[in-house]
Design a protein around this ligand. Structure first.
Ligand code: ADP
Length: 383
């Protein structure tokens, strides 16, 4: 039993039915088009397909037979005759059309099928346009909402830093130590919120193709150093070793601040997905007409089948129910945007980003290596 034709085709693909009773008026594709489809499956070329329908319009029977039905029965069925009719189809009885009738109805059947497909294509096109518009509206909304959040946040962040500074300078009698601690915590939280909003803004810009690059000379070694400094405390707390090997990359032309984000996101992931005591190695070297850098870790690795999808927006492999908001803890939370942003930035530079990992295993820790290749570019790009 199938509630529509496409479900019927799927069932018939997996089984070897002795006989198929098919309605003609079905959603999506009609019974005649489905009969032609079923006939094209090698194990169903000889299976009797019998149209069982209330459709008694002119030519309905001939069209069904031309499409490949072995017989045509009208609903309601005659309960006394029905078992004998089925028995005769099972024995190989086929209702025939004469040659002329067959060729006329085959032609009409083909035209009907093309019409049905045409209207489906139009429907899909309309649905696709609607989805495209909705997706665009969603991206615009994210850009607007994050801008709206970012502006007041910048003010709050400025004031909370100012308050923090004031309290540090005040003498102890005026500002209680707790107040100072609270002000410090507030600054850190605001900074964190700014980071999140910034991430959303970046990804929305990338999705809308509106990432702007400000090109200039970039020294990869310096960017790597400054990223490392940002992780210094975490590395100590988590007993992770971070090594820089042979950073012999030549100067390249690109957007230094965005490229730093790429390195930052890759190192942050290496930190997040490597258990305490692990090792992270960063290398950078010349490669063809560009520079390649690699961030290698001794972490949990990435399943082979997920290695392409992780670069998609909002794609995270972890269970979101266990989401933790710590970005430095082992398997600490993220929004699934880090790699999307990294790959958007790399693509805007006409570069490539990819990952190599033997798979995921929390016991043997196969690790992952993320590679980025960027063209050297020229001073002309900077202009
Ligand atoms: P998130 O914010 O969730 O870390 P990312 O876009 O940075 O989002 O990464 C997407 C997913 O890819 C992560 O949820 C994680 O499962 C996987 N991943 C990324 N980097 C690594 C890595 N170095 N080791 C293992 N898994 C990783």
């Amino acid at each position: 039993m199938a509630s529509d034709g496409l479900e019927g085709v799927n069932i018939a693909r997996e089984t070897q039915p002795n006989l198929i009773l098919m309605d003609i008026n079905l959603p999506y594709l009609d019974g005649r088009a489905l009969t032609t489809r079923l006939r094209s499956l090698p194990h169903l070329t000889e299976t009797p397909i019998v149209a069982l329908t209330a459709d008694i319009s002119d030519g309905s029977r001939e069209l069904a037979l031309a499409a490949g039905c072995a017989g045509f029965l009208n609903k309601p069925v005659d309960v006394d005759k029905f078992p004998y009719q089925i028995e005769s189809f099972l024995k190989g009885n086929v209702q025939q059309l004469d040659d002329k009738d067959k060729s006329i109805h085959l032609q009409r059947h083909a035209e009907n099928m093309v019409k049905q497909l045409e209207s489906k294509v139009l429907e899909l096109e309309r649905a696709n346009q609607l989805l495209y518009r909705l997706d665009r509206m969603k991206s615009d909304f994210i850009v607007l909402a994050s801008h709206e959040l970012y502006t007041p946040l910048t003010l709050v962040s400025g004031y909370s830093n100012l308050m923090d500074e004031h309290l540090k300078q005040d003498d102890e009698k005026v500002s209680l130590p707790q107040t100072r601690e609270i002000a410090g915590l507030m600054s850190t939280s605001v900074l964190r919120m700014q980071g999140v909003v910034q991430e959303i803004m970046n990804v929305a810009r990338i999705a809308a193709g509106r990432l702007e690059l400000s090109i200039g000379p970039v020294q990869l070694g310096l960017l790597v150093d400054s990223v490392f400094q940002a992780f210094e405390d975490t590395l100590v707390q988590r007993n992770l070793s971070l090594q820089v090997n042979e950073v012999q990359a030549p100067l390249l032309f690109g957007d230094g601040s965005h490229i730093k984000t790429v390195i930052y996101n890759l190192v942050e992931n290496a930190v997040k997905y490597t258990p305490d005591g692990g090792e992270i190695v960063v290398k950078a070297y010349s490669s063809g007409s560009g520079v390649e850098f690699a961030v290698q870790d001794t972490g949990i690795g990435i399943p082979l089948e997920e290695q392409k999808q992780i670069f998609n927006q909002f794609y995270t492999l972890g269970n979101v129910d266990n989401h933790s908001s710590s970005k430095s803890a082992f398997e600490g939370g993220g929004m699934g945007l880090g790699l999307t942003i990294a790959s958007g930035i790399v693509e805007a530079h006409n570069g490539r980003i990819w990952v190599e990992s033997r798979g995921e295993d929390r016991d043997s820790l196969p690790g992952s290596t993320f590679f980025v290749w960027l063209p050297i570019g020229s001073a002309k790009d900077a202009e």
